[in-house]
Design a protein around this ligand. Sequence first.
Ligand code: FMN
Length: 203
Amino acid sequence: MKVFLFAASLRQGSYNKKLIRIAAEHVRGLPFCEVDLCEFNDFPMPMYDGDLESSKGIPEGVQKLAQKIQMADAIIISSPEYNGSIPGTLKNALDWVSRIKPLPVAKKQFLLIGASPGALGGIRGNIHARTPFHILGTYLYPEYFGLAKADTAFDDKEQLLDPKQDERLKGLLTEFLHYASRKETPFETLSEFVEEKIQTPKK
Ligand SMILES: Cc1cc2nc3c(=O)[nH]c(=O)nc-3n(C[C@H](O)[C@H](O)[C@H](O)COP(=O)(O)O)c2cc1C
């Protein structure tokens, strides 16, 4: 399965970029997984502007991001928390992508993780980020990995210093991808099951 990953931070020394690189390495080690690791910087885009959209259409960076999402079976994003919420850059990207029809993110399997120098590992931002993902009809995995104290969490090889954290991250990625690798979601399977039962007359 194709797994697309990026960190929702633009800065070069980003802790979220470090975390997503580690996540990508773990995914690379899983069977049947093909990694597409990108940088958010690969998808430059202006602030959403309806006039710009009307006159010039969807910006190239947005189309490129949407294409990556469309081609992926699972998407993993490591996002910082800004003022207890989703960073404006990520929300802007989601707003632009939502202007493409059919929705590239709909029914796509997503996992959010995050890193922050604070004590909460970006969990508050992740909770807010869940709203647009929910509204856009993604299948957002319910669990989260938050790396707290990210400024002191990496060694000089940019690996996690705490092996327990590393194991927890690896465990979550494995569980998520196992879940996401089902061709149909349990919801769709259930609908088919119910429809079949309704159509099949009782003996
Ligand atoms: C505008 C802004 C708001 C921030 N708000 C929070 C916050 O609410 N909680 C938190 O833990 N860190 C907050 N931070 C600190 C970020 O977690 C920190 O800058 C982190 O390094 C950003 O992620 P990155 O390293 O991947 O770029 C904020 C940083 C900025 C620039």
